[in-house]
Ligand binder design. Structure first.
Ligand code: TXA
Ligand code: MG
Length: 333
């Protein structure tokens, strides 16, 4: 929590129609409201209101060079914000609403303010599939920026409790609709030139996108450099998604003072002596592991172990995004 901000009373809203109404009114008044999406909880603000967006950056402690995703309800609203080339149109038709974000050249009609875009002449857009997110966007009637609803650099929020743990006192409300289904942020693809490029692996597997395109989806060369702050991948900070504890990846054994994050069975050697343990998926299911990743990191972190030993996780499918988040959570801070 940013102590320079005056503390406000954060309301927890139920998921019904009344909550949508109340949340939309707060957003129209320049407020900050956490809401569920199918990927993670987002922290919403009016994308067109620079003062609201400034408050959002402050509430998260987010650096201003890291631009936000504008969420919209319909493809028409998206075309108002960004310029779609034929590939972007195909990706949107295939995967929206859903866990895909497209980075596109800014449209002349865009309402997403410059601060939200970190001054870039591109804009990140997504139509979320979650029914509450959809209802909120429809009721609000304009684009909402929504970064993950956590303190900047901390583990993303997959329940309303996570949102309140990080942001109570600095946001107006959160709509509580229980745990999100996917648990990993959207996959980000840039369609800015001749070739579409992967900027962030996420809940939509790279292979699924490549199958639609009919060719491999390359990672942006700049995005591959973890410390890169180039316009194409401004938010790809090395240290991100980080719990308080250190993370030790690809662990095949566990020391007694460590907590253990398992995947499948058997557990890493020495697991029975670990100070705390969670298994992302005893059945070795990457979809289940993705849904449990951030909650498990928060749970283990709360036990106070200095280090979390993480079992190896296969790189295919959703494993690419899970390993990406774990590497960033493990990076030196
Ligand atoms: O699933 C998600 O994407 C969630 C939910 C709430 O929708 N949102 C989310 O937002 O993960 P956030 O702010 O945590 O991540 C947004 C990412 C950042 O890495 C940022 O750098 C990138 O999107 N981004 C935004 N605008 C961009 C732009 N114009 N060019 C390149 N990257 C951009
Ligand atoms: Mg985030």
């Amino acid at each position: 929590m940013d102590t320079r901000l005056p503390a406000i009373n954060t309301r927890r809203l139920g998921p019904g129609a009344h909550a949508i109404e109340a949340a939309a009114a707060m957003l129209t008044a320049g407020g900050l409201v956490g809401f569920p999406t199918e990927t993670v909880y987002g922290l919403g603000a009016d994308a067109a209101d620079a003062a609201a967006v400034a408050r959002l950056f402050a509430a998260k402690g987010r650096p201003h060079f890291n631009p936000l995703i504008a969420h919209v309800a319909t493809i028409e609203a998206a075309r108002n914000e960004g310029v779609f080339d034929p590939v972007a149109e195909r990706l949107a038709a295939a995967f929206w609403p859903g866990p895909l974000t497209l980075v596109l050249p800014l449209a002349a009609t865009a309402r997403t303010c410059e601060l939200a875009r970190a001054g870039l002449d591109s804009v990140a857009l997504r139509i979320p599939a979650d029914p509450i997110a959809q209802a909120l966007l429809a009721r609000f009637g304009g684009p909402l920026v929504a970064p993950s609803a956590n303190r900047s650099g901390h583990v993303s929020a997959t329940t309303a409790d996570h949102v309140l743990d990080d942001l109570a006192g600095v946001i107006d409300a959160v709509i509580d609709a229980g745990p999100v289904p996917l648990g990993l942020e959207s996959t980000i693809v840039a369609c800015l030139g001749a070739q579409s490029l992967l900027l962030r692996p996420g809940a939509l597997p790279r292979a699924t996108i490549a199958a639609l395109l009919g060719h491999p989806l390359d990672e942006a060369a700049h995005a591959a450099r973890e410390d890169d702050l180039s316009p194409l991948a401004p938010g790809r900070l090395a240290s991100h998604y980080a719990p308080r504890a250190r993370l030790r990846l690809d662990a095949t054994s566990v020391a007694p003072e460590e907590a253990v994050l398992g995947f499948g069975l058997p557990w890493p050697q020495g697991w029975e002596r670990a100070s705390a343990r969670c298994n992302l998926s005893p059945n070795h299911d990457l979809t289940e592991a993705a849904a449990r990743l951030y909650g498990s990191l928060r749970t283990l972190d709360a036990q106070g172990a200095p280090c979390i030993a993480v079992a190896p996780i296969p790189p295919e499918g959703l494993g690419e995004a899970i390993n990406d988040r774990l590497r960033r959570a493990a990076a030196p801070r």
